[in-house]
Design a binder for this molecule. Structure first.
Ligand code: B12
Ligand code: SF4
Length: 538
């Protein structure tokens, strides 16, 4: 069959996406004819995410505007329709992040209005809210979760006109009724084929890092994470895809070396970025094998995200020796209270983060601490805890530490979305295919999109823009925030606490939520005595 893939990237954040690449790979391996329509370099003049980060001073500038050839909306749409007309696909497959869903819908709608073609949606958003996306009239099928097996099965069934009942992970409609097929078990990561990278424009393999552009390979060594953070897609995987098994899985070291070794021979990478959520969360003896073999067999500098508790005196010297140049850590806030209770991000304390950032610097590895602003229940005082903690980390070693800040965004399928919706902090769509989705265009970089009863939107933007100046000392931290009081909690309000408690079991379908009309967070000066809330407090 002929399969046209759409990568509806509307803000120019380039880099080869592993998930869509693998779906295209399995289709091509199964003998289907595959073509990609990629809007990444046509929609904007620059990488928007990167531009914002450069503007607020958290990354060194690397000019990439010459990568882009911005075209008008109608030029892109004409090109899209011409591609369909010429290629004549049997199926259009697309990958959807919530950020690009509206844009994707527009292109799918155009295709559906002019051609008789099946449309299939997969990716992060269809995986966690398939029941929402399947109602979109421009989408015929949703594949929930990993599609390496399911999508090929769907193509077989469409080609042979056999029953759709046997296709795992599939959502479709029959006579207006939504049908959901059972989930297949999560894949054994060693059975996933090597990515075929030749579908992509070579510019997707250039990564700006620490002021330079590197020819970069993007690879995964594991999937999933065992933590339960209230703002993360992994919590949705754990809850909504419980039938598929344990989401956290590792690829064997043999497979990692085999795939990357082959690709490196062809492409001669200057940097490898691992796309895992939690790279070091595997057995130490396997990691020891990885470090030793990486140095011998691949020997390319590499970068990864991992959780703070996974770095230690045993693996850091080996990481350094084997070529690890950067480690990204989601710290999210400098308030232990907010991190442990509102974000449900485990029991790790500020002292623990400090100790581990110092350890990474001690072994000469550059770290990046990622933080957020605009968490429901977070006050300006809490954010200055974030500023202070990041500043203290910077003081450990200015060259070996770096920082990132983004706005907390209520992605559908997360607990934060449920809470924001229930508290009336967001307005949501009610049209088929979008029910429960925030009406503001979701983003983690451009502006806060949740109302925040604890801080004004203007103040959140101001603090976001000044974050780096506070860290470098260009701006002074107001005196009233200098005192440290790890016990203090500003959002002293039963409503917010009871909501965060309620959602400890994980996110629920937004259709089950009855939003309150008026958020009622009231700031008081008193704090709740320790231990009053049951649950995760360290
Ligand atoms: C690596 C990564 C990136 C990389 C690569 C991005 C990419 N497009 O893949 C980079 C750093 C560039 C990135 C950027 C961004 N990211 Co990101 N990223 C991730 C991360 C950590 C892993 C993704 C991954 O590779 N997973 C493994 C692969 C195998 O899984 P997969 O991509 O889901 O694909 C499988 C299925 O979904 C399905 N599938 C995928 N596509 C298709 C298509 C069809 C037709 C079918 C049938 C099936 C199908 O099959 C695939 C194979 O099994 C996830 C978190 C996570 N664990 O998912 C966040 C995540 C996807 N990112 C997210 C976001 C918000 C962004 C940004 C918008 C952030 C920003 N700075 O503005 C940008 C957008 C850039 C862009 N244009 O894509 C969110 C999306 C939330 C949402 N609900 O939409 C996630 C979920 C993180 C989160 N907040 O929880 N990201
Ligand atoms: S630790 Fe990171 S990857 Fe794991 S659930 Fe939390 S936010 Fe997600």
């Amino acid at each position: 069959m002929k399969i046209l893939f759409l990568y509806p990237n509307h803000e120019g954040y380039f880099r080869c996406p592993v998930g869509l690449t693998l779906v295209m790979t399995v289709c091509a391996n199964a003998g289907h004819e595959v073509k990609l329509f990629d809007t990444t370099f046509m929609n904007v003049e620059d990488n928007v995410d990167n531009k914002v980060r450069e503007k607020i001073g958290i990354v060194k500038p690397v000019p990439v505007d010459h990568f882009f050839n911005k075209q008008s909306k109608s030029q892109i749409e004409t090109k899209w329709l011409k591609t369909i007309e010429e290629f004549k696909p049997d199926v259009i497959g697309t990958t959807i992040l919530e950020d690009s869903y509206q844009y994707c819908d527009r292109l799918l709608g155009l295709a559906k209005s002019k051609f008789k073609v099946f449309t299939v949606a997969g990716g992060s958003m269809p995986t966690i809210v398939p029941q929402v996306i399947i109602e979109n009239p421009n989408v015929d099928f949703v594949v929930e979760g990993e599609a390496e097996v399911a999508f090929v099965e769907l193509l077989k069934c469409l080609e042979n006109k056999t029953s759709r009942k046997t296709v795992p992970n599939l959502w479709h409609q029959e006579n207006g009724k939504v049908i959901k097929n059972p989930l297949t078990k999560y894949l054994n990561m060693d059975e996933i084929p090597d990515q075929r990278l030749d579908f992509w424009d070579d510019k997707h393999f250039q990564k700006p890092y620490d002021g330079k552009l590197y020819t970069t390979g993007f690879f995964e060594t594991s999937r999933g994470c065992m933590h339960k953070c209230h703002y993360c897609i992994n919590r949705a995987f754990q809850v909504f895809q419980a039938d598929a098994g344990l989401v956290r899985r590792n690829k064997s070291i043999n497979r990692i070396m085999e795939e990357i070794g082959k690709a490196h021979k062809e492409r001669n990478y200057g940097l490898i970025q691992f796309t895992d959520d939690n790279f070091l969360a595997r057995q130490p003896r396997e990691l020891d094998e990885f470090f030793e073999r990486w140095k011998k067999e691949i020997n390319v500098p590499y970068w990864m995200n991992t959780c703070i508790e996974t770095v230690n005196d045993h693996n850091l010297p080996q990481l350094k020796e084997s070529g690890c140049v950067g480690i990204g850590i989601g710290m999210e806030t400098g308030s232990d209270w907010v991190r442990q209770h509102l974000l449900l991000k485990g029991k790790m304390s500020n002292d623990f983060y400090m100790e581990k950032f110092a350890l990474m610097a001690k072994y000469g590895i550059r770290s990046t601490s990622n933080s957020m602003i605009g968490i429901p229940g977070e006050y300006e005082e809490d954010f200055f805890e974030t500023v202070k903690l990041n500043k203290a980390i910077r003081e450990i070693n200015k060259d070996l530490t770096s920082f990132d800040i983004c706005f907390m965004a209520p992605y559908m399928g997360t607990v934060i979305h449920n809470i924001a919706y229930e508290m009336g902090l967001i307005e949501v769509h009610n049209k088929a295919g979008f029910k429960g989705m925030c009406t503001a265009n979701i983003t983690i970089r451009r502006e806060p999109i949740m109302k925040n009863p604890c801080m004004s939107k203007e103040r959140i933007i101001e603090l976001f823009e000044d974050f780096h100046d506070y860290l470098t000392g260009k701006k002074e931290i107001p005196e009233k925030y200098l005192k440290n009081d790890p016990e203090r909690r500003y959002a002293n309000n039963d409503e917010i606490y009871s909501l965060y408690e309620k959602y400890k079991q994980g996110p629920i379908d937004p259709a089950l939520i009855k939003p309150k009309q008026k958020p009622a967070l009231i700031k008081t000066n008193s704090s709740i005595p320790n231990g009053e809330l049951s649950g995760t407090q360290a």
